[in-house]
Write a protein of this length. Sequence first.
Length: 304
Amino acid sequence: MTGGCVRGVIAVCGFGWTALAQPAPSFRADTTLVLVPVTVTDPSNRYVLGLSKENFHLFEDGVEQKITSFSTEDAPLSVGLIVDVSGSMGLKLHLSSGAAGQFLKTMNSSDEAFLVEFSDQAEVVLPFTHQMNRIEQKIGALSTGGLTAMLDGIHISLDEMKKASNPRKALLIISDGGDNHSRYTSKQIEELVRQADTQIFAMGVFDTLGPFGLSFAEMDGPRLLSELAEQTGGRALAATSDRDLPTIASRIGVELRNQYVLAYSSTNTVRDGKYRHLELKLDQPPAFPKLSARWRLGYYAPND
């Protein structure tokens, strides 16, 4: 399976910021309620709205689940920004700061965000706040130096995300490559990501000079970020030039505002702490182009 991705034939709406007006679901902090954000795009990579609950079919370990809540309402978000300030970023940090500012412009007053930086070690620069201008100011004051503890940055961010006020949660990682200084391994972080109810998006600020002088871990960074994002229904995007960064950042922000949020209570009531695989299928009205959908690939059941 190539991630949470399915192609079908469904009705298309154009790219845009505005979610359709539908009753907002009443999300509860209930461990038995599973939230599944879904992004649907057309062949031109435009976001697709206008589908109904009946277009979606969710399966947990092969068993279809009843979707009890369905919305395209622009529900509040809890977001963590994870910024690479290692020495290799250099002048790219200024460009990344501008891109982060573009992302923050897509946030609403009901959203909250925190900021984490990483170089030799990871640190929470600013805890959750509704004041996006404070995040932007802190990013603008960051400076570069040291090695790259990216995995530690993800770890501390997932821990900080436990303080989130909103059910919808996402991390945005801005980095120029892989890890070379973390205490945590990629396997440990992959497991934590599978446990977390958080979408991961990554923005790669990569050099165009090739892998010369890089360690295997550094060269493997883009692959790891892609796999982490895919697991959660997010995605990793690489900038091919400096001019791409603001566009990529804005697109990630817009995507978070143009998702379907499905919720269900699992028919499997066994609280065994095991991982459960999710699959999404779409009913396909005729006479429309093939589209793609992305969703989280699974979750861990509660464990008493």
